[in-house]
Design a protein around this ligand. Structure first.
Ligand code: 6PG
Length: 254
């Protein structure tokens, strides 16, 4: 396992695992080691979860032994990097997925589970309130930025991450930490962390798995910088670490 506590000079680190199962084991191990380190140093671990399907297996591993008992989950604050504008019990809810596969099994204190209320009609108010929650938990207010211990990201085959989709307005947000974002591709609103917030994290990990991501991963990591088309390129932590974790299928064009 890489030495996760070491700092990097801002160049993205790439960790390629044999297959999805090996990646899941490695990724789950990172969460445990980072949580232990942060809780040991500062008494808590602030963790922003990703949605989508890739992290599901990893959340499940964290909720079962032997990993489950290796973290004091009562010290972990859970956030979401984005959310769909659906109710908490909707099949598309990122919150529901994490609740079912991880949170209900580890007994995280409800006051440490910070759900994004992306389904609310007044989206701007909901986004502002989510930012206010982050401000309260971190004790940090604009223009300062909070520093998440770990922000977990996936990437779509169109190069989006969280709900920063190609050609959408949220890509250009420079001050707000959380915004509603209309996604024409799905003809719906989502709520999402913005690049400035993500880029202030101590550790940002992309998890990219499968043959279907090979082309976009190569474009994002090796191609020209064009974040309007490939929003994942916006993610460049200012003073933190950026780690791309993928399986050999997704990394085959690197
Ligand atoms: C979401 C996610 C999104 C996801 C990518 C990759 O709400 O959908 O936050 O950014 O990480 O779409 O999803 P998969 O892991 O399912 O490929």
């Amino acid at each position: 396992m890489a030495d996760w506590a070491s700092t990097s000079g801002g160049t993205p680190e790439i960790l390629i695992c044999k297959d999805a199962a090996a990646l899941a084991r490695e990724a789950a191990g990172v969460v445990v080691s980072e949580a232990q380190r942060c809780i040991g140093q500062r008494g808590r671990f602030t963790f922003a979860l990703s949605g989508g399907s890739t992290p599901r297996v990893i959340y499940g591993m964290l909720a079962q032994q032997p990993l489950k008992s290796q973290v004091d989950w009562s010290r972990v604050h859970f956030f979401w990097g984005d959310e769909r504008s659906v109710s908490v019990d909707h099949a598309d809810s990122n919150y529901r997925m994490a609740r079912e596969v991880l949170l209900d099994d580890i007994g995280a204190p409800p006051e440490h589970i910070h759900r994004m209320e992306a389904e609310r009609e007044d989206r701007d108010a909901a986004a502002a309130e989510y930012q206010a929650t982050i401000e309260k938990v971190f004790g940090v207010h604009p223009p300062q930025l909070p520093r998440f211990d770990l922000i977990w990201l996936g990437m779509g085959d169109d190069g989006h991450t969280v709900s920063l989709f190609p050609g959408t307005s949220a890509l250009h947000e420079t001050t707000r930490w959380v915004v509603p974002n209309f996604v024409p591709k799905f003809n719906t609103f989502r709520m999402t962390f913005t690049a400035p917030l993500i880029n202030n994290a101590a550790l940002v990990i992309f998890l990219v798995v499968g043959e279907g991501k090979a082309t976009v991963l190569q474009a994002v990591l090796r191609g020209p910088r064009e974040p309007e088309r490939l929003p994942s390129q916006l993610i460049r932590p200012t003073a933190g670490r950026l780690v791309w974790m993928s399986d050999q299928s997704a990394a085959r064009m690197l």
